[in-house]
Ligand binder design. Structure first.
Ligand code: FHN
Length: 633
């Protein structure tokens, strides 16, 4: 079929298309959608623009482009795929960078299907939507469907075996917007197999006799605006450093089972411990040494600004007093206390944010819940929806109502059970905590607020996204008494600096013991980090990545308005710290470790600025030189 004739734009207006979780919609009539597929030679052909260039591609969020007198809204791209762990993932392209060269990042966990919602459609109006394949550079084969207004596209096969194709596949739908329906919702799902397909160039045309009037369609952003989001994310973006706590029934085992000693919080699954037998550990779980005040103090002293603790991990044991199910620390153990209550009170008192980790899909105790490596006990069989209604939703309600302000909900291991219908119900519970931040591991239609690289620091950060590297000090998240080879304080501090210099947050894990204590080795690391943060925290909290495209050879750079923080790992032997590429005039330079006023001499040169520094590094881990620079008008 000849695409030019098909695709010649005949309609007018389009405006902003935005990644948004589709709103829960009132029951509305469903428009009849007809789908068709075409081969095209290049994205540019589709839109009538120059070959290979998407109109509006460099214009950023809500970009629109006018081609042949027609205005298009550009949705950059979507990647769908399965990560190595087998969890469904997808990611939405950086909305502020729609260029063909950098449409997408594929990293971390994500939700399964991607959903978009476009508000402001006109009932009775005829629309056409187009989506096409841009790149399957790492894909093998994948089958996809696009569901719009309840009508799914025919399965759409992408099979290029890792080659970037010079022909794309266009999927096109046309429909008349149903009466009373002012929202266009669609969901893109990867059905099976393959990974990493980049899709892009989504456009919606309003069609009409002789072309629609541009004013007829105002497709606009729905839900939270970027400004509102910035306010909601502000504390998190400034915090930079948080504590992850993996504490649960597994802590009682200290990582040992039947003579083997290298387990952690997965011990129940790794050792295929029958549900009843594992549950009986609760009689031994009496963490009387738990001291919320001391835990919060240690986090704060380390320079951490938030804590995320496991409210329920995959073993299904609730670490809070739940009325919904007795498999919880209050009802099932001799402890008879609610540690999350105590922690919440302490966090309030000491002024630190609290978040809850919640394993929503995977629960090895409750019948019907998922076990990503397969069930091993018939007691685990059952109905997922029963689990959802009986356990997950009541738990979430309790967590969202009984613990004061909850700042973060940290989902984990989304599975295929995370259908939009189910995740919508879970997300509805989060509304009880306005302002809560949730990560990208819910699944279903939820892209989440934060990306969550695990045990890794993305080489270039994740530009345009809020992201948080979570990491263990040793190898296990949950307590294992033999997990003694921890990263050194130097490594951890430099990782923190590296992450922050790339725009991310660091969520560093501690796995307390079955008695309720932080292991001594973790306490030591926290203290060492705290010592460094006490002097240099100013160069971490509230900073953004430095202005240089490439990290300098001697370390990393962060900044605040008017100030550059040079984190020097490799202290110059010749007493001259070279800051290449700095064009701003330096007004003052000093070491954070030195008393204020001890100015360092600076000299501008053609390649940047040289700072004269003392012969000895004030701190062998990382010494911070501050450059106060002229404020840009
Ligand atoms: O399976 C878990 C694991 O136990 C731990 O909770 C980490 C933390 O990010 N998340 C999971 C795997 O991604």
């Amino acid at each position: 079929m000849k695409k030019q004739s098909l695709l010649k734009p005949c309609a007018v207006a389009i405006a902003a298309v935005l990644m948004m979780p589709a709103a829960v919609r009132a029951a509305e009539a469903t428009a009849k959608v007809t789908w068709s597929q075409y081969d095209v030679t290049s994205p540019g052909d589709i839109l009538g623009g120059p070959a290979g260039v998407l109109p509006g591609s460099a214009k950023g969020v809500d970009s629109t482009a006018t081609v042949n007198g027609i205005e298009y809204a550009m949705l950059p791209a979507a990647t769908l795929g399965l990560n190595s762990g087998g969890f469904p993932m997808c990611d939405i392209g950086d909305l502020s960078d729609v260029g063909l060269n950098r449409l997408f990042r594929k990293s971390g966990y994500g939700a399964g299907p991607v959903s978009y919602s476009i508000a402001g459609a006109k009932p009775g109006q005829r629309y056409r939507a187009q989506f096409f394949v841009l790149n399957q550079s790492w894909a093998k084969t994948a089958t996809m469907t696009l569901t719009l207004e309840g009508s799914a596209s025919p399965a759409w096969e992408v099979a290029t075996n890792g080659k970037i194709p010079d022909t794309g596949r266009l999927l096109q739908a046309e429909w008349t917007q149903a009466a009373g329906d002012t929202t266009i919702d669609f969901t893109l799902t990867q059905n099976s197999g393959g990974s990493g397909v980049q899709l892009g160039g989504f456009v919606v045309h309003a069609l009409g006799a002789g072309g629609a009037d541009p004013s007829e369609v105002r497709v606009k952003r729905s839900g939270e605006t970027p400004a509102q989001r910035a306010v909601r994310m502000q504390w998190w973006r400034e915090a930079k450093f948080g504590m992850f706590i993996h504490w649960g029934l597994y802590s009682v085992t200290a990582g040992e089972w039947n003579g083997k000693a290298d387990y952690g919080e997965w011990i129940m699954c790794n050792c295929k411990i029958p549900v009843k037998e594992y549950a009986s550990l609760a009689t031994r779980f009496n963490p009387v040494k738990f001291d919320a005040k001391a835990w919060v103090r240690m986090a704060k002293d380390a320079g951490m600004r938030y804590i995320v603790i496991t409210a329920k991990h995959h073993d299904g044991f609730a670490m809070f007093h739940s009325k919904a199910d007795p498999f919880n620390i209050y009802d099932a153990t001799p402890f008879k206390r609610d540690p999350l209550k105590e922690l919440a009170a302490e966090c309030q008192k000491q002024g630190i944010k609290l978040g809850f980790y919640y394993s929503q899909s995977q629960d090895w105790h409750q019948p019907g819940a998922d076990a990503v490596l397969g069930r091993w006990d018939p007691a685990q069989n059952g109905d997922f929806d029963a689990y959802l209604q009986k356990v997950v939703l009541p738990h979430l309600k309790e967590l969202m109502t009984n613990y004061g302000p909850v700042s973060v909900l940290w989902w984990d291991t989304p599975t295929g059970s995370m259908t939009p219908e189910r995740t919508d119900q879970m997300k509805a519970m989060l509304k009880l905590q306005p302002g809560i931040i949730s990560n990208n591991r819910l699944g279903g239609r939820n892209g989440g607020d934060t990306q969550t690289p695990e045990q890794e620091i993305p080489a270039n950060g994740i530009p345009g996204k809020d992201w948080e590297t979570c990491m263990t000090m040793g190898t296990q998240w949950g307590y294992n008494k033999n997990d003694v080879n921890l990263k050194s304080a130097t490594e951890l501090i430099r990782m923190l600096i590296d992450i922050v210099s790339k725009g991310g947050n660091f969520l560093l894990n501690v796995g307390p013991t079955g008695e309720g204590l932080f292991p001594e080795r973790n306490i030591q690391r926290l203290a060492e980090i705290g010592k460094w943060m006490k002097v240099n925290g100013e160069a971490i909290h509230g900073t953004t990545p430095g202005p240089f495209a490439k990290a300098p050879a001697w370390g990393r750079v962060t900044q605040k308005p008017g100030k550059l923080y040079l984190h020097v790992f490799d202290w110059p032997k010749d007493g001259k710290l070279v800051v290449p590429g700095l064009t701003a005039r330096v007004e003052t330079a000093y070491l954070l470790a030195a008393a204020k006023g001890a100015a360092l001499k600076t000299a501008a040169n053609a390649g940047g600025v040289d700072v004269a520094v003392p012969a000895q590094a004030p701190d062998p881990i990382a010494s911070v030189v501050v450059l106060e620079i002229e404020a840009k008008p």
